[in-house]
Design a protein around this ligand. Structure first.
Ligand SMILES: Nc1ncnc2c1ncn2[C@@H]1O[C@H](COP(=O)(O)OP(=O)(O)OP(=O)(O)O)[C@@H](O)[C@H]1O
Length: 294
């Protein structure tokens, strides 16, 4: 198991911020953590990395308790840029990490090239733009080729080409076997990175999001709606009929192919199929605003 979080709770003074967070990641993947401001995402990351103590529950990372200091070499945490030292250069930050991680200095140039920050490596942090600071934070987080990478809002301040580059790097790291948990409010970018989304609300991860996120909704026109309804009602899945007399379902309870086979066996002709991609934004609005964007 790469990550195993069980019944995690955390309170600040009197406010319970994490109220029984539960999830597991068993194989290398990119997981997005999405939720409104204040839902507890940063607190969860801070607890996982032992920057904050927890009130109850357990956190296991790479089969070790999260307080095990040997995890330091295998886990990186990209936080916000307030952790940077204004008077030190980007190079100084990377050199420091190489020192404590016992990595050769040659990693600094390698990682700077990968992130695209060679030109301002020798600049002090106080002279860097917001996006440049994000690049530095990314370089600091990946210089040790971590097995697990936690990223809190890494896309803040990135211009479109930097965001594309970050996506490319994250997808490459994932292919190399790194598990990434990334929080972001940029749902378009999340859609491009992963279809595993954990929606967080009031200090819990909503149970439905523990499954892989379901991206497709099917809308069918059939030649005999009444017969189709009778036939499909026998199957163990939920479908609706919209105002245009079309059958609508998502493919998470039953596969599209099974529905088609069943209709076919009952001589129902599917005249037209529309496949709608359900993006993270649509699901977010349903979960948190109680509305659906059209
Ligand atoms: N140091 C602290 N002391 C007291 N309360 C805190 C502290 N840090 C966070 N909180 C509270 O905990 C709750 C969760 O905050 P947290 O920063 O974890 O949420 P978040 O999901 O990361 O939000 P955002 O999307 O705005 O970054 C909020 O109500 C916040 O006010």
């Amino acid at each position: 198991m790469i990550v195993q979080v069980d019944n995690l709770t955390k309170k600040y003074k009197k406010e319970w911020v994490l109220q029984g967070v539960q999830f597991e990641i068993s194989h290398p993947q990119i997981v997005a953590l999405v939720g409104p401001n204040g839902s507890g995402k940063t607190t969860l990351f801070n607890c996982m990395t032992n920057l904050l103590s927890i009130n109850s529950g357990t956190i296991k990372l790479l089969e070790k308790d999260h307080t095990d200091t040997s995890l330091f070499y295998d886990i990186s945490y990209l936080q916000d840029n307030r952790i940077l030292y204004e008077n030190l250069t980007a190079y100084d930050h990377l050199k420091f990490i190489c020192g404590v991680m016992k990595l050769p200095d040659s990693r600094i140039i390698e990682v700077a090239e990968r992130v695209g920050m060679e030109s301002y490596l020798k600049k002090r942090v106080q002279k860097l733009s917001l996006g440049m600071k994000q690049h530095l934070l990314l370089a600091m987080a990946i210089i040790n080729s971590p097995k697990l990478l936690l990223m809190d809002e890494p896309l803040n301040g990135l211009d479109p080409s930097s965001a594309i580059n970050m996506r490319k790097i994250l997808l490459e790291l994932h292919k190399e076997g790194t598990t990434i948990i990334i929080s972001s409010h940029n749902l378009d970018e999340i859609d491009r990175l992963t279809n595993t989304i954990y929606f967080m609300k009031d200090g819990v991860i909503l149970e439905e999001s523990l499954k892989n996120y379901h991206m497709k909704q099917y809308v069918l026109n059939v030649n005999n709606l009444v017969q189709a309804k009778v036939t499909l009602e026998r199957l163990p899945f939920t479908f609706t009929v919209n105002k245009d007399d079309q059958i609508v379902f998502t493919d998470h309870e039953i596969s599209f192919q099974e529905v088609m086979t069943h209709l076919n066996q009952h001589d129902i002709l599917v005249e037209d199929i529309e496949i709608i991609r359900i993006g993270a934004e649509k699901r977010y609005l349903e979960l948190f605003e109680g509305t659906v964007s059209e």
